[in-house]
Write a protein that binds this ligand. Structure first.
Ligand SMILES: [Mn+2]
Length: 271
């Protein structure tokens, strides 16, 4: 056992996180730093889109909490945690380095990984953008929570009041949104089915992925599908307990963190 003694907080066998999008203003790096400071694990899987390299070219946002996330990952690695970084489509510049079999500061770079749980389940770990062709609308659902929908109905009323005033016929924003949501739900289902199917074809008991910013753990035709979510629209991680039990943690909900609160840009603590 080489669980890192980094923190007096919760100790897990494994932790899976993805879609942190460091380098963008939307990243809740402050919440993730808080999480990483308070947990320890033997295996840490970074399941893609940790750093947002696409946006790096256009706009760039970085503050102390983004630094802190990288520092904490390195500290976990130094404390004995096996860290595996699977690049996603937003940090795909790292994919160019995959053939080198690169290992930086104890962090292994892999296109995908295999994880065997304590209760002997073989899991395929990959980001998931390879299956994008089936999931075009999924981002929409993540953006459209219940609150957004009721707001949309109010907006719809005003919108149509203006249209009426200008002599245009009624156009139902809510019906349009409902159609979009239905498409998004179908797209997420296609994504989940495709990834579970891939795991089954290759003889795995399950698959762990990210990419669509939609945390989920469910059985898909006898194969376990797990999506560890994101740290932009929600704050979710997948953890494996020491007996192999898998659990999705909603860090924002557990700690009552508000997404409306200003981002904390606290200076990193002394190492
Ligand atoms: Mn992605």
């Amino acid at each position: 056992m080489n669980a890192s003694a980094l923190s007096s907080g919760d100790r897990y066998r494994s932790i899976f996180i993805s879609d942190v999008h460091l380098g963008t203003r939307g990243s809740r790096a402050d919440f993730l730093a808080d999480f990483l400071r308070r947990v320890s694990c033997e295996n840490l899987f970074l399941v893609g889109d940790i750093i947002d390299g696409w946006r790096l070219r256009k706009s760039w946002y970085w503050d102390g909490s983004h630094d802190e996330v990288l520092r904490l990952i390195l500290r976990h690695a130094r404390a004995g945690t096996e860290v595996t970084y699977i690049p996603g489509n937003h940090d795909e510049l790292f994919r160019n380095w995959l053939p080198l079999g690169l290992e930086i500061a104890g962090i292994r770079l892999r296109k995908e990984a295999v994880h065997v749980t304590a209760d002997d389940r073989r899991l395929l770990v990959l980001h998931g953008d390879e299956f994008d062709s089936v999931v075009r609308y999924a981002r929409f659902l993540a953006l459209l929570g219940d609150g957004a929908y009721s707001t949309a109905l109010v907006v719809n009323r005003w919108f149509n009041a203006v249209r009426r005033h200008l002599g245009y016929p009624y156009w139902s924003l809510s019906a349009w949104l409902k159609r979009q949501v239905k498409e998004a739900v179908k797209a997420i289902d296609r994504f989940e089915t495709a990834l579970a199917g891939e795991a089954r074809r290759r003889g795995f008991d399950g698959v762990v992925c990210g990419h669509i910013h939609h945390a989920e753990m469910r059985d898909v035709n006898g194969v376990l599908y797990v999506n560890d979510g994101d740290w932009v629209e929600s704050c979710t991680a997948l953890v494996e307990h020491h007996d192999g039990r898998l659990e999705l943690i909603d860090w924002a909900a557990v700690n009552r963190l508000s997404f409306l609160a200003p981002r904390r840009t606290a200076m990193p603590e002394a190492a």
